[in-house]
Design a protein around this ligand. Structure first.
Ligand SMILES: [Zn+2]
Ligand SMILES: [Zn+2]
Length: 445
């Protein structure tokens, strides 16, 4: 039943050419594993784990890779504080040929799920700060992990179709942007070999299940995390003139930094400055000594990134100067490099090859050209570190009927990082495994 439905959704999405470019036995091995993959997906979805805590998900992935015949190493990765990460590496050597790194991420988000699906997460967990939070696979990394398993199995079952080395990487802590770096810091390439190419995918609410999207060149923005502390001189709320109110200074600062993107940055080079977190004060009639801000900034060039950082520093100093604060009360602007990541750049030549395979596999009408996204990813650091080309493409994940209805109203269904993000599991997994397997096989020649 399930196979029939999967075949139907596949055919609906791409009449005639579905899987045509894959040898028949590959298409068959993909179809045969889909019921099991759906169960795996639901299991992972119902048991999400936050970044840095992917113990069970990584163990599941490692076991699946071992059963598929891969040489598996787990607990790959070390964070700057010395703690170990839950990275998984599965190696399958298949004669002379290129090494292809195929990456999937495994972590979930601190969000209470509200999709109402039967396999919804009810998990509560403690975050790094020790707070109790709901946990949800709201970015679809459960899809990615499951597609990775399916692709690994397809490669193992069809060794006559490709040559070289498949390097499956289950990455932890994408949401905190330190998982890829942790694996590289643990000598990923020295231990397991340097890849010749890197590929991966991310699910999206911008496309229906059965379709994919791809961007050549800069595909996702760089992300830089910045902490700002605005200082003042605290005191009684009734006597503000006796001190310097950091809450008012923070308000001025937040408004002023909006002009970095609109007035300082080249409008042809997109950028974002967002204050996502602000903390100051303890009581309504006490002027505090400081206000802390957490910012995320996005840019598509090193120059744009620098314009933002220069602006944040200059304007912080400007606010302090205008308030006649002494030097020891000037604000601090600190870049958190561990929580920053470069532009995700899709090598144009490799993108063209991947696109040709995707069009041949899914049908050209089911492969969209997407504009660059202001979202960020750390998948790009695998390619940058090895100085090799990489391609990251989008996997449509929405129920096609719901997607069409929303699109007709000029809307999108709830996207990643929301409590209502709901991939359509069967066709999303089917298309993901089909697309990633076909791309991997086409590159491993
Ligand atoms: Zn994600
Ligand atoms: Zn995410």
């Amino acid at each position: 039943m399930l196979i029939a439905r999967l075949a139907l959704s596949c055919l609906c999405a791409a009449p005639v050419v579905c899987a045509q470019n894959l040898p028949q036995n590959i298409a068959r091995s993909e179809s045969a594993q889909l019921p099991g993959l759906l169960a795996t997906y639901k299991q992972i979805h119902a048991h999400p784990e936050l970044s840095h805590f992917e113990a069970n998900t990584s163990a599941l992935l490692a076991e699946e890779l071992r059963q598929a015949g891969y040489t598996v190493t787990d607990h790959v990765g070390v964070y700057p504080d010395g703690t170990h990460a839950y990275g998984v590496v599965g190696i399958l050597k298949n004669g002379a040929g290129p090494t292809l790194l195929i990456r999937g991420d495994m972590d979930a988000l601190p969000i209470v799920e509200e999709t109402g699906v039967a396999y919804a997460s009810h998990v509560m967990s403690k975050n790094k700060a020790g707070q109790e939070v709901g946990v949800m696979h709201a970015c679809g990394h459960d899809v990615h992990t499951t597609v990775l398993i399916g692709t690994a199995r397809t490669l193992a079952a069809n060794r006559s179709a490709w040559y070289g080395t498949a390097m499956i990487v289950g990455q932890p802590s994408e949401e905190t942007i330190d998982g890829a770096k942790a694996m590289l810091a643990d000598h990923l390439y020295e231990r397991f070999g340097k890849p010749d190419m890197v590929i991966g995918l991310h699910d999206t609410n911008a496309h229906a299940a059965g379709t994919v999207g791809i961007t050549a060149g800069p595909a996702m923005a760089s992300s830089t995390s910045v902490d700002v502390t605005i200082r003042g001189i605290g005191g009684h709320g009734a006597y503000p003139y006796a001190g310097r109110d950091p809450i008012v200074l923070a308000a001025e600062y937040i408004l002023q930094i909006q002009t970095i993107v609109s007035r300082e940055e080249d409008p042809r080079d997109p950028a974002v400055v967002t204050v996502g977190d602000i903390h100051g004060g303890t009581k309504r009639n006490i002027i505090p000594d400081e206000v802390k801000l957490e910012l995320t900034t996005r840019a598509f060039s090193d120059k744009g990134r620098q314009v933002i950082l220069d602006g944040l520093r200059q304007m912080a100093a400007g606010v302090a100067t205008s308030a006649s604060l002494p030097a020891d009360k000037f604000p601090t602007v600190t870049v958190d490099e561990a929580e920053s990541t470069p532009v995700t750049f899709n090598d144009p030549a490799l993108t063209a090859r991947v696109r040709t395979t995707l069009e041949g596999t899914l049908g050209a009408a089911n492969v969209y050209t997407d504009p660059p996204a202001m979202g960020s990813e750390d998948v790009g650091v695998f390619g940058l570190e090895a100085h090799v080309p990489s391609v990251y493409f989008w996997l449509g994940a929405m129920y096609p009927d719901r997607f069409a209805a929303a699109t007709a109203q000029g809307k999108l269904l709830p996207g990643p990082h929301t409590s209502h993000f709901e991939p359509d599991p069967e066709p999303t997994l089917a298309t993901g495994v089909q697309a990633l397997s076909a791309v991997a096989i086409s590159l491993l020649q």
